[in-house]
Design a protein around this ligand. Structure first.
Ligand code: SF4
Length: 354
């Protein structure tokens, strides 16, 4: 993997860019005006390991609740704003850690300068960008509709901020087409050292969205491109965090948390392996300490095949064998399998003190 070479940007204490870990973001889909529901969703995201959360600030009635959200979120909150520079100013006043707004949508230079000055005075970075739906007409004419036009549109928003003396910038330039998304980010990465926010937009439901994001975000991260990620899913945002960490793990950028490995099952499987994996995933959600847990379908091959795992179970008929590093430790009735494994795993983690 190539090293990343972007400058650092501090988002309310979470520093991205340079050699900092890739930060994981999501966006609430509750109404920002409903601070209580939004904070509940943020708490669920936090429990899953989310680093930064974005909330849509779509009119001025969002501002008072936003103040409460910022105070109680327990993580940096980003205001997502379209067009209205006054909402950006008020969000900065409300204490947000970053603003997402495009100078190209704000209008005249004075308004851009006002937002930039307020952001600068408060140490608030601005995320700018473009996507397939917001290509600058001039670039579309010059380059045709495609990756370069989108990338240049995003860079034009960067230039507009730099022109008013602002450089605390994060760039995103998403496409719903994975190949196009790769071209866009590679292009931008070659032209700027601002940190990049990666994502595939309108990616789809959990299956389609996770696959597209894994291919697009994963490929770029393997090339050393990308400083923060959002997996966009038409689903509970908590699933975005789970998917993001699995992508980071797959490309070798994350080895924390509990990795659950499991066999694909075959005719030898005589217990509910799929349900067992699902229950364990829930139980270990948000655990930051590193452990590999194996859930295997049969006692014949399971413990041996998963001997690299710290701990695991392999199923027989109505009972499971618990093993550590391939060594059989104990046998439990199937109904106790999840709890027994979980308790033993927690003890292992406590003893590891990692
Ligand atoms: S571990 Fe056992 S049940 Fe699972 S795929 Fe291998 S042989 Fe089949």
């Amino acid at each position: 993997m190539e090293g990343r070479s972007t400058v650092e940007v501090n988002i309310g204490g979470v520093v991205i860019g340079g050699n900092n870990p890739v930060a994981v973001q999501s966006m609430t889909n509750t109404d920002t005006k409903d601070a209580k529901s939004t904070l509940e969703q943020i708490a669920a995201l936090k429990a899953r390991g989310c680093d930064i959360v974005r909330c849509a600030v779509y009119d001025s009635d969002c501002i008072e609740p936003l103040k409460t959200i910022v105070k109680q979120a327990g993580m940096p909150v980003v205001a997502d704003i379209h067009f209205d520079y006054r909402l950006a100013l008020k969000s900065i006043e409300a204490g947000v850690a970053k603003v997402r707004i495009n100078p190209g949508n704000i209008g005249d230079d004075d308004k851009i300068r006002m937002v930039a000055d307020a952001a600068k005075a408060n140490g608030v970075p601005i995320r700018v960008g473009a996507n397939s739906g917001s290509i600058n007409a001039d670039f579309e004419k010059k380059y045709g509709r495609g990756a370069v036009a989108i990338a240049e549109s995003a860079l034009a928003n960067v230039t507009a901020l730099e022109k008013v003396g602002f450089d605390n910038i994060v760039i995103s330039a998403k496409s719903s087409n994975v190949k196009e998304m790769l071209e866009i980010y590679r292009y931008i990465s070659g032209k700027t050292s601002h940190p990049l926010h990666l994502g595939v937009t309108e990616a789809g439901d959990v299956l389609a969205g996770t696959v597209k994001s894994a291919v697009g975000i994963g490929a770029l991260l393997l090339e050393g491109i990308g400083d923060t990620v959002r997996v966009s899913l038409t689903a509970d945002p908590v699933k975005e965090i789970d998917a993001a960490y699995e992508i980071l793990r797959a490309v070798g950028l994350y080895d924390g948390g509990v990795e659950i490995i499991s066999c694909p099952t075959c005719a030898r499987t005589k217990y509910d392996l799929e349900g067992t994996v699902a229950r364990l995933r829930e139980k270990f959600a948000g655990e930051k300490r590193s452990l590999t847990v194996a859930v295997m379908g049969c006692v014949v091959n399971g413990p041996g095949e998963a001997s690299h795992a710290d701990i695991g179970i392999a199923g027989g008929k109505g009972k499971v064998v618990l093993f550590e590093h391939g060594e059989k430790i104990a046998t439990y009735p199937e109904a106790q399998a999840v709890d027994a494994l979980y308790e033993r795993a927690m003890r292992l983690l406590d003893n590891k003190k990692n």
